[in-house]
Design a protein around this ligand. Structure first.
Ligand code: COS
Length: 379
């Protein structure tokens, strides 16, 4: 793997930022309050992390996927929840605009995402449409001057914090993926509400909620992409998003390994450090090997995406493998901590909770397997 000098500098910048600014005290406070302080988010935006993949003409860095995953990996190594705020404008938030926005839409919506003036979320999932994303029933009726949206989106990360949402809705009375369109919905419009925050197991500090749409009038110019072609935009956006989750998984998995090494070197039982037991050595070696394999897979998927290849299956492999081994490493690292790992005194407890969703959100492991298998079996 060859990294450009710019890429290495950006990685170092992200590592230094995470080590300096994302302090244990701050992260404890985030867990206690379920709020990520705006001033820290603003610092991330000021450095440019919210616009890594956004072209320079819209205020971003104009970087590539390798740049993006380097930053996500380094931030998530210290705080998975902080990395969600970096991934959103570069991934599920800004992604649909970059893929299918008009020039006017890009000019209006992308610069405020980069500066953190506004946040945007991705609203596809519904109570009855999770993995089966094409079975959404939120409706958008063409009323002549505007679209009228009705429906409910669920598990929308950062919804309560967002100024706008990209909402997927049916614009045609047809089954499945046919007739899905994307809309930019102003979250302050009449008829939009978010309901109460979901009480989650991990990633505390990035509020998640439903988005309820009751007779919401959406201006015609807020149709994103072509009418009835929204499903493909969602899938393309998820390719980018899944790469981000793979990077988060590698970052958190690295942290699990770091914690396991640190703890087993100092914890003594039966007269010697845990690290001196062969079982521990074998476990650490196994963890490091799987982590390295996940990292190589992540980098090759990002490189393929940067070359403009059709790499949905490779991205799914990276997301599938990295998120699964991240959970495995978290469980093994916690086991090595024994009873202490089950307490909030040790970082591993939070890492274990935070990464649990990596095999679930932006497509479960089983959805990634489906995407991979389809690419193997297609004629
Ligand atoms: N890039 C571009 N186009 C894509 C694509 C991709 N990655 N994936 C699918 N498409 C296109 C297909 O080519 C197809 O186009 P045509 O109708 O022109 O043939 C269309 O999109 C529909 O694709 P497909 O037939 O594969 O749709 P399915 O309904 O079978 O669904 C899965 C496919 C299951 C993979 C999809 O529903 C999915 O990813 N589900 C999980 C959703 C998810 O990740 N939710 C998390 C939300 S964000 S936290």
């Amino acid at each position: 793997m060859v990294f450009s000098e710019d890429n290495l500098m950006l990685r170092q910048l992200a590592r230094d930022f995470a080590n300096k600014e994302l302090t244990p005290d701050l992260l404890d406070q985030v867990e206690e309050t379920n709020v990520f302080p705006e001033e820290v988010l603003q610092k991330m935006a000021d450095i440019g992390f919210f616009g890594i993949k956004i072209p320079e003409e819209y205020g971003g860095m104009g970087g590539n996927n390798m740049d993006y995953i380097a930053v996500i990996e380094e931030i998530s190594r210290v705080s998975a929840v902080a990395s969600l705020y970096v991934s959103a404008p570069n991934g599920l938030g800004g992604g649909p605009l970059l893929i299918s926005g008009t020039e006017a839409q890009k000019q209006k919506y992308l610069p405020p995402l980069v500066t953190n003036e506004k946040k945007m979320c991705f609203a596809l999932t519904e109570p009855g449409a999770g993995s089966d994303a094409s079975s959404i029933i939120t409706k958008a009726e063409d009323m002549g001057d505007y679209f009228l949206l009705n429906g409910r989106k669920t598990f929308i990360t950062r919804a309560p914090l967002c100024a706008d949402a990209v909402v997927y809705a049916k614009t045609k009375d047809a089954d499945g993926k046919v007739g899905v369109s994307a809309f930019i919905v102003d979250m302050h419009s009449e008829g939009v509400s978010t309901g109460s925050h979901v009480r989650k197991m991990g990633l505390i500090g990035a509020a998640t909620s439903d988005i309820v749409l009751e007779d919401v009038k959406v201006p015609k110019e807020n149709l994103l992409g072509e009418l009835n072609q929204g499903f493909k935009v969602a899938m393309k956006t998820l390719d980018g998003g899944r790469l981000g989750v793979a990077a988060m998984s590698v970052g958190v998995a690295q942290s699990c390994l770091d914690e396991a090494i640190k703890y087993t070197k100092v914890r003594k039982q039966f007269g010697k450090a845990l690290a001196d037991f062969q079982n521990t050595k074998f476990t650490l070696a196994d963890m490091a090997t799987k982590l390295q394999a996940a990292r190589e897979l992540l980098y090759s998927a990002a490189e393929a995406k940067d070359r403009g290849e059709n790499c949905s299956a490779l991205v799914s492999m990276a997301k599938y493998y990295a998120s699964e081994i991240c959970n495995e490493l978290a469980a093994k690292a916690l086991q090595l901590h024994g009873g202490y790992g089950y307490t909030k005194e040790y970082r591993i407890e939070r890492l274990y909770r935070d990464c649990r969703v990596f095999t679930i959100f932006e497509g479960t492991s089983q959805i990634q397997q489906t995407v991979i298998a389809r690419s193997l079996l297609k004629d």
